[in-house]
Design a protein around this ligand. Structure first.
Ligand SMILES: Nc1ncnc2c1ncn2[C@@H]1O[C@H](COP(=O)(O)OP(=O)(O)OP(=O)(O)O)[C@@H](O)[C@H]1O
Length: 606
C-alpha cells in the first residue's frame, strides 16, 4: 500500500491537535506545566497586579491634606505590587526554562517517530518524486514544527489568559472598548492564517528545486561522483546549475515576501486605526467627566495590556497555522505507519513454500507512461532454479523485486502455495527471501558486520559469517585486508578501507548467503566478478543453494543454461519459456541471443 500523496493533507486544526498530542506524549509532566499550569498562574498574577494598581491609585488620589498619610497609605499597595511583579518575572522565567526542556524532548521524539515512519514506506514510494518532496519537507520540519506548535500554543494560551482577564476588567471599566478591540483583533487573526498559507505555498513550490539543488551540491562535494566529475571537468557546469537553482528559489522567496508584506501592512494599519479611535474615545470620556482619574488610569493600563495581548496573538496564530499545514506532510507518514501496522496485523503468516505462481501480472512505476510488466504468467516449484534473461529494460529486475515482495502487483496475482499474497503478511513474506540486487549496498561498517546484516538474529556467529564469506568466494579477499573480517569499510570514516566493484559484489553475496532463506533472488550476482570467479560461482550454484528455490538473472547465457526453467523477457512480457534445450530448438529470441554470445567468443582468434 503506497503512500497516498494527493488528499493526504488534513485540516490545519487536526494537525495542531496531533502536534499537541505528540508534545504530550514526548513529556506529559513538562507539557502540562508549560501549556496549562504556568500560563494560568501568570494570568492570575496579572489580574491581581491590576487590582493592586487600582487600589494604589485610589489610595494615592484620595483627598488627604497630610502628605505623609498619602505615602503611608500607598506603601502597602506598592509592597504587594513589587512582590507580585517579582512573582510574575519568576513565573515567566520558569515558563521559558521549562519550555526549552519540553521543546528538546519534542524535537527528539518527533524526529525518531518521523524516521520510523519513513522507514515503513513501501519501496515503490521511493520511485515517486512527490513522495520524495514530502519526505524532504517532513524531514526539514520534523525537528522544529512540533516545537513551533508548542511555542505557539504556550504563547497563545498566555495571551489568551491575559485577554480573558483584561476583557473582564474592561466590561466593568468601559464596555464600549470591547467591540473596538474585537475589530482590531479580526485583521490580525485573518492575516496570520494568510501568512501561514503563503509560507507553506512557498515551501511547497521550492521543495523540488531544493531537492535538485541538494543533489547538485552532493555531486560537487561527495566521494562517489568525485572521479567522474574531475575527469570530465564537470565542476563549472554543476556550479552553474547550482546557482540557477539558487536564483529560482530566491525569485520564489521574493514573490512570497512581497505578498506577506502587503498583508501585514493592511492588518497593522487597521489595528493602529482602531487603537487610535479607542484612545480618542477614552479622552472624550475623561474630558466630558464620564470617567474619573483612577478609572481612566486603570482603563489605560488594562487597555494597553489587552492591546499587547491581542497584538501578540498574530505571531503564535501564524506560527500555529503554518505548523499545522506543514505537519500535514508528516501526518501522512504517521497515518501510513498506522495503516501498515493495522493491515499486517490482520494478515496470515506464510507457510513453507511449495509453489510460487504469477497470473496475468501487470506493474507500472509511479508516474511512468507504460507498464514495466504486462500479462506475466509463471509457476515456480519449490527447489527449482529459475533464470530470467532478456534485453535491457525488459522487466527482469522488476519481476525479481515483485517476487521478493518489495513491489506489489498492479493487476493480476502472485500466490504463495495457492494463496494470494494480498492476504498474507508482507513483512513475514520478505522474511522468507534472501537476495542480491544490482544496486546492492556496501555498508560503512566492518566486513563482519556487512555480512551479519543479512540476518541480525545470528550476528556474532563468527563461524557462519566465515562460511558465508567462503561460499561467496570472498575468503581470499578478506584474508588480504589489514584486519581480516574486522576491517572497517568507508574511507570517509577514520581509517576505513575501500573495496573494488567485484569485491563489494562478493560481500553482498556473502550477506545474502548468510541470510539463508528458502527463496533466493540473485539479480546479476556475478556481473562485476572476474570470469574465473563468475564461472566458478554459477557452476557451484546448485551446491550453494542446497535445494532452495532460486531466481537468477544474468546476461551471460552460459551461466543459466542449466536452470530448470528459463523465462525470456522482452518489452515487459514473457515471450518464451522452457529449458535451454527446448528454447534452442524453438529458434526464438533466446536461441538468437545465446548464439550471438557464443559466436562472439568463437570469432576471437585463439
Ligand atoms: N524506479 C523506476 N521508475 C520508473 N521506471 C522504472 C524504474 N525502474 C525501472 N523502470 C523501467 O521499467 C522497465 C523495466 O526495468 P527493469 O529494471 O525491470 O529491466 P531489466 O530487464 O532488469 O533491465 P536490465 O537488464 O538493464 O537490468 C524499464 O523500461 C525501466 O526504464
Amino acid at each position: 500500500m503506497a503512500l497516498k500523496v494527493p488528499g493526504a493533507r488534513r485540516s490545519a486544526p487536526a494537525n495542531i491537535i496531533d502536534a499537541l498530542r505528540l508534545s504530550r506524549e514526548a513529556s506529559p509532566g513538562l507539557f502540562w506545566l508549560v501549556v496549562v499550569a504556568l500560563p494560568a498562574a501568570e494570568g492570575l498574577l496579572a489580574l491581581s497586579l491590576l487590582a493592586v494598581f487600582r487600589g494604589g491609585a485610589d489610595a494615592f488620589l484620595s483627598n488627604s491634606s497630610v502628605p505623609g498619610e498619602t505615602v503611608e497609605r500607598i506603601i502597602p499597595w506598592l509592597g504587594v505590587a513589587i512582590v507580585l511583579t517579582l512573582f510574575m518575572i519568576f513565573m515567566a522565567n520558569s515558563r521559558h526554562t521549562v519550555q526549552e526542556l519540553l521543546l528538546d524532548r519534542v524535537r527528539q521524539f518527533s524526529a525518531r517517530r518521523m524516521h520510523r515512519a519513513i522507514a515503513m514506506l513501501e519501496l515503490v514510494d521511493f520511485d515517486d518524486s512527490q513522495v520524495h518532496d514530502r519526505i524532504s519537507r517532513a524531514e526539514a520540519t520534523a525537528d522544529f514544527k512540533p516545537r513551533q506548535v508548542v511555542r505557539g500554543i504556550t504563547a497563545l494560551i498566555a495571551s489568551g489568559f491575559q485577554i480573558v482577564v483584561f476583557t473582564g476588567m474592561l466590561v466593568f471599566l468601559q464596555p464600549l472598548l470591547l467591540p473596538m478591540m474585537a475589530l482590531a483583533a479580526a485583521p490580525v487573526l485573518l492575516v496570520s492564517s494568510k501568512l501561514a498559507g503563503q509560507q507553506f505555498g512557498f515551501f511547497h513550490a521550492v521543495t523540488p528545486l531544493e531537492r535538485r539543488r541538494r543533489y547538485v551540491g552532493w555531486l560537487m562535494t561527495s566521494r562517489e561522483p568525485a572521479a567522474e566529475v574531475r575527469s570530465f571537468g564537470l565542476m563549472r557546469d554543476f556550479a552553474r546549475r547550482y546557482d540557477e537553482l539558487t536564483d529560482e528559489r530566491y525569485a520564489e522567496l521574493r514573490r512570497m515576501v512581497r505578498g506577506q508584506w502587503r498583508n501585514l501592512l493592511v492588518s497593522q494599519v487597521s489595528f493602529g486605526l482602531v487603537l487610535t479611535a479607542a484612545v480618542g474615545l477614552l479622552g472624550w470620556f475623561f474630558a466630558s467627566g464620564r470617567m474619573d482619574v483612577p478609572t481612566l488610569l486603570t482603563t489605560v493600563v488594562a487597555l494597553s495590556r489587552l492591546v499587547s495581548a491581542v497584538g501578540g496573538l498574530g505571531g503564535p496564530m501564524a506560527e500555529l497555522s503554518e505548523a499545522g499545514l506543514f505537519l500535514g506532510d508528516q501526518a501522512a507518514f504517521y497515518d501510513q505507519l498506522k495503516r501498515a501496522e493495522e493491515l499486517e496485523r490482520g494478515r496470515a503468516l506464510p507457510e513453507r513454500l511449495r509453489e510460487l505462481r504469477v497470473r496475468d501480472l501487470t506493474f507500472r512505476y509511479p508516474g511512468a507512461e507504460r507498464d514495466a510488466l504486462a500479462g506475466v504468467d509463471m509457476t515456480i516449484g519449490a527447489g527449482q532454479l529459475v533464470a530470467f534473461v532478456g534485453p535491457n529494460g525488459s522487466g527482469k529486475t522488476t519481476m525479481a523485486k515483485i517476487l521478493s515482495f518489495l513491489y506489489r502487483p498492479g493487476d493480476g496475482t502472485v500466490s504463495w502455495n495457492g494463496q494470494d499474497i494480498a492476504g498474507l503478511d508482507h513483512k513475514a513474506l520478505r522474511d522468507h527471501v534472501t537476495a542480491v540486487f544490482q544496486d546492492h549496498m556496501t555498508y560503512h561498517f566492518s566486513i563482519e558486520e556487512n555480512v551479519s546484516l543479512g540476518d541480525l538474529a545470528r550476528a556474532g556467529d563468527h563461524a557462519a559469517v566465515t562460511g558465508a564469506i567462503e561460499a561467496a568466494g570472498a575468503a581470499e579477499m578478506v584474508a588480504r585486508l589489514p584486519a581480516g573480517a574486522a576491517t572497517e569499510l568507508g574511507p570517509e570514516f577514520g581509517d576505513g578501507t575501500s573495496l573494488s566493484g567485484g569485491e563489494s559484489q562478493r560481500l553482498a553475496l556473502a550477506r545474502a548467503l548468510f541470510r539463508d532463506r528458502e527463496l533466493v533472488i540473485l539479480d546479476e550476482p556475478t556481473s562485476a566478478l572476474d570470469p574465473v570467479a563468475d564461472h566458478a560461482l554459477l557452476r557451484d550454484l546448485r551446491g550453494l543453494l542446497r535445494g532452495r528455490t532460486a531466481v537468477v538473472i544474468s546476461h551471460r547465457f552460459s551461466n543459466v543454461r542449466h536452470a530448470d526453467q528459463i523465462f525470456v523477457f522482452d518489452g515487459g512480457r514473457i515471450v518464451e519459456q522452457g529449458s535451454h534445450e527446448s528454447l534452442m530448438l524453438a529458434r526464438g529470441l533466446y536461441a538468437e541471443m545465446y548464439s550471438l554470445q557464443a559466436d562472439a567468443f568463437a570469432e576471437e582468434p585463439a
